[in-house]
Design a protein. Structure first.
Length: 396
């Protein structure tokens, strides 16, 4: 006897069709109207969502909640200024029930996130962070959004100082824990990043930051297969996310697929042009492919965004040394070593100047010898992580 073929779960449009049939018999049912509106919005059926929105508003009941839904309808169309106006009117109209007040505050901060007003959004959301009378979904959403805003604003230390005790107490929501895992990665705490990402994915499964953080720690262990699988889940939900595309670029770089890596890094930088690590990925990809001029452009872009990062000065020194610009390379080497005496890129540049590595193949061989036994944050070889391994196999 053959097993029955499993039936696919009904999609949001099927559910919407069913709800609209119910509404034909009960057109003033506010619960059905709200469900139909939310289902239409999830399905991307903007016109049908508007029909139910206007119907709900015309009934003149629960006006504040329907105004809030109008803001969501506007957000779904990326009409951020219009959504902000609706939310601001709602915020200023007078006291509402606490969950609605919290949701309005969250949504205004979300508009700040989308408009690049990261510090302003974080500050506006701060009073809602630790309110003892706020729990459940609103509190979880506020935690995650505040951490995202603080991350984008560059306030890693303060945000992680807030998050760590709450993680220890089990008081951070899974999505917020996932955001914290990527922040820990950027703060060079790979162990915490790995642990937090694993915990967030066990609890929620699809937090984009947790997927990227866990993929990045997989790369540090040279587990490209796991990294690609995790990044695939992230890209399925957010195809244009810059951090996800950047991590994908490092997958390609690790496997020495230069064209694919360059494409991924360029797509990532269209979304996150301020991310120095992605400029480095593009620069090392270009250098590995023999494009010294392209590498120079990428490392100069990285320096323009953060002149206090030693590896940027060191990487530029490598390019300058390969181009025969000895005096400029020495200046970049000195700057890099002043910022970080343990920085490796300036040592490669010095080797080029000293004649130990006169071209890219020789530089790769030097990198292989220098780094073969240097551990990556979670195991493996930094040479392999950076894509500097020769094609003739591992060092003898």
């Amino acid at each position: 006897m053959n097993a029955p073929t499993p039936q696919a779960s009904p999609g949001p449009l099927d559910r919407l069709d069913r709800l609209e049939r119910y509404l034909q018999d009960d057109p003033q049912n506010l619960v059905l109207l709200a469900d139909a509106f939310e289902t239409a919005l999830r399905a991307g059926a903007i016109d049908r969502a508007e029909f139910h929105l206007r119907h709900g508003q015309a009934l003149k009941q629960d006006a504040d909640t329907w105004a809030w839904r109008e803001a969501h309808w506007l957000l779904a169309q990326h009409r951020f200024a219009d959504a902000r106006a609706v939310l601001a009117r709602l915020r200023d109209a007078g006291p509402q029930a606490l969950p609605l007040q919290a949701s309005v505050a969250h949504d205004l901060a979300y508009v700040d996130l989308r408009e690049g007003r990261h510090a302003e959004g974080a500050e506006a959301l701060r009073p809602w962070l630790d309110r003892p009378d706020l729990a459940g979904a609103p509190r979880a959403a506020i935690q995650a959004l505040w951490l995202r805003l603080m991350h984008r604003a560059g306030h890693l230390d303060e945000a992680l100082q807030w998050a760590r005790p709450r993680i220890e107490q089990g008081a951070l929501a899974p999505e917020a824990l996932g955001v914290a895992s990527l922040m820990a990665l950027d703060d060079e705490d790979a162990v915490a990043s790995h642990q937090w990402a694993e915990a967030a994915l066990r609890q929620q499964g699809v937090c984009p930051e947790a997927l990227v953080a866990r993929a990045s720690t997989a790369l540090a262990q040279r587990d490209v297969r796991t990294a690609r699988e995790l990044l695939g889940h992230a890209l399925a939900r957010h195809p244009g996310d810059g951090r996800t595309l950047s991590a994908l670029g490092f997958c390609e770089l690790l496997e020495r697929r230069w064209d694919a890596a360059r494409h991924a890094f360029e797509r990532a930088l269209a979304a996150i042009p301020e991310h120095v690590g992605t400029w480095h990925g593009l620069g090392w990809t270009a250098l590995s492919a023999g494009d010294v001029a392209g590498a120079r452009r990428a490392f100069e872009e990285a320096l323009a965004r953060d002149r206090n990062f030693a590896e940027s000065h060191g990487a530029l020194a490598v390019v300058q040394a390969l181009a025969g610009e000895t005096d400029a390379a020495r200046t970049s080497i000195e700057r890099a070593l002043r910022l970080d005496p343990k920085s490796l890129a300036p040592r490669y540049a010095q080797a080029v100047i000293d004649g130990e590595a006169r071209d890219l193949p020789a530089l790769r061989r030097l990198a292989r010898r220098t780094l073969a036994n240097r551990p990556a944050p979670l195991g493996g070889s930094m040479v392999e992580l950076l894509g500097l391994v020769d094609d003739d196999g591992p060092a003898a």
